[in-house]
Design a binder for this molecule. Structure first.
Ligand code: ADP
Ligand code: MG
Length: 270
């Protein structure tokens, strides 16, 4: 069985891009599943009220289910909110429920509103560091907007991973995202680093994909992973089975690409 080197402290990633539909959620769940399959303990925190990450991981997130909302608004411990993924036993998820949509507004009047997720994660790390329960990776899946939920993710994370869809000229939006990131990190989280850019929905047959990929690699040679995630129907179908491509079709090109991305991330260390 293949395994990856494990980090000696919890690596906390926020998967961010203010654009919707670029592959944030797909990347969050599949990288998480890939790292978990390769021997890491991994937690996904679903911070998008749509709950797509929860769905893709086969995690209950309807009705009365408690999740990220309760962590942010009521201070409930993440440990009590996380659910084990049905088909990968070292993968866990704190689900997003629809009431999370209201959290953007409800958070406004709360004390330390930008630090709620950071505090929740700090409490989890306190309880688990040095134990069998310690997570090697935490991935936060963000909504496609720069509201308080996304700000909470930027404040809680140490690393930013930006997925770039190879179907649009991406650099302009990326510049904007990076300047937001710099402003935010100056004020709220100086430790935060853009460590990882992942090209997604890559179709090598089109000039556009090749150009976008070449542009991004030229501007961000250190950050951009060598592997690009191909556009494949199988990747988009997996969530309807409540599964990631990693457990649903582990030998497909999409699964192999996400496994390679996971290995690159693990080998680069923090
Ligand atoms: P975001 O979270 O940024 O809104 P998603 O991860 O939900 O983006 O992806 C948007 C849509 O594109 C989804 O329907 C998803 O299944 C699909 N998708 C994502 N990555 C791929 C890919 N590599 N190949 C084909 N479809 C993809
Ligand atoms: Mg999403």
């Amino acid at each position: 069985k293949k395994e990856v080197p494990l980090p000696n402290h919890t690596r906390i990633f926020t998967i961010s891009n203010q654009k919707g539909g670029v592959g944030k959620t797909t990347t969050a769940v599949n990288l998480a599943a890939a790292l978990a399959t390769l021997g890491a303990r991994v937690l996904v925190i679903d911070l998008d009220p749509q709950g797509n990450a929860s769905t893709a991981l086969g995690i209950e997130h309807r009705g009365e289910t408690a999740g990220t909302y309760e962590a942010l608004l009521d201070g409930e411990p993440l440990r009590e909110l996380m659910q084990q993924c049905p088909d990968i036993d070292t993968l866990w998820c704190v689900p997003a429920t629809l009431d999370l949509a209201g959290a953007e507004i409800e958070l406004v009047n709360l004390d330390k509103r930008d630090y709620r997720l950071r505090q929740a994660i700090a409490a989890l790390l306190d309880e688990t560091t040095g134990t069998e329960q310690e997570f090697h990776y935490i991935f936060i899946d963000c909504p496609p907007s720069l509201g308080l939920l996304t700000i909470n993710a930027f404040v809680a994370a140490r690393e930013v991973l930006i997925p770039i869809q190879c179907e649009y000229y991406a650099l302009e939006g990326l510049g904007q995202l990076i300047s937001n990131l710099n402003l935010l990190s100056q004020d709220l989280n100086p430790q935060l680093r853009l460590t990882t850019i992942l090209l997604t929905m890559y179709d090598g047959r089109t000039n556009l994909s090749q150009e976008v990929a070449a542009d991004v690699r030229e501007h961000f040679p250190q950050e951009t992973l060598k592997v690009a995630i191909p556009r494949t129907v199988r990747i988009s179908e997996a969530p309807s089975f409540g599964k990631t491509i990693i457990s649903h079709e582990p030998t497909s090109t999409g699964a192999i690409a996400y496994l390679e991305a996971a290995v690159e991330i693990a080998q680069r260390g923090a």
